[in-house]
Design a protein around this ligand. Sequence first.
Ligand SMILES: C[S@@+](CC[C@H](N)C(=O)[O-])C[C@H]1O[C@@H](n2cnc3c(N)ncnc32)[C@H](O)[C@@H]1O
Length: 281
Amino acid sequence: MATPSWEGQRSMNPNKALWEKGDFTRIAASMRESGEALVAGLGITAGMKVLDLGCGDGTTALPAARLGADVLGVDIASNLVEAGNRRAQAEGLKNCRFQEGDATNLSDLTDQRFDLVVSIFGAMFAPKPFDVAREMVRVTRPGGRIVMGNWIPNDPTLVAQILKISSAYSPPPPEGFVSPMTWGIEGNVIERFAAAGIPAEKIAFSRDTYTFRSPGTPSAFVADFRNYYGPTMNAFAAAEQNGKAADLQKELEVLFERQNRSETGDATSIPATFLRVTVGP
Ligand SMILES: C[S@@+](CC[C@H](N)C(=O)[O-])C[C@H]1O[C@@H](n2cnc3c(N)ncnc32)[C@H](O)[C@@H]1O
């Protein structure tokens, strides 16, 4: 049998395919304010070497670069890497660049290279969480910090609920699949970093909030997820096969309407809780 080409093997990586699907930049646009606020609280100073892992199109990478950090964004999705480089270029941010890479194996990056590794709803979506923890620790300099933002399983707020509803319409995951949401459980985080040589005392946890803001109605925002967000697109594809797409649409609309805090009828503002993990000195 002919060996598949390297390109062919790459395109078969379901993790990469999921995030290259659709256009995550359409969702990221609703997360910019919270991304900036989070970065503003990270104590970033000029010249600091920052890795944004699972950076998407730079919701946190660009604000870090605006503060003068030397930022590398790494993401598995080539379309998001391109979008990030375009955004950095448009702002004239020469200290911010994006490249393709996999959080489970950052072989392009030398040991102890970064003062700060940030991964906001990014590395949590990579498979092999123990490899991810090891790689994040390896590329962080001694005395440096890792900051992760992770969605929390069964949390009543937006993203955990979208993923929960979506999974009810999707086929069961393959055997051995580790849910990304386990990064939102403190015990799992401690175990993964312990295996990478980090004692529990060096890990701090807190609850924080990201607010999704969209100029349209909650139902228009649901449409953005349906049309552009890989995990929701896959859930709709599966639901369509079972004649359940209308049910999925309805459940998501009810969720988004219920969680909308916007005062004006035609806009959407939805807060979502996440687990903030800080690994550091
Ligand atoms: C929910 S998005 C968040 C993006 C960005 N951090 C933000 O806040 O907008 C998840 C990101 O993780 C990236 N990702 C998923 N698996 C990855 C992996 N194995 N290695 C690197 N990036 C990955 C996706 O391509 C996507 O950009």
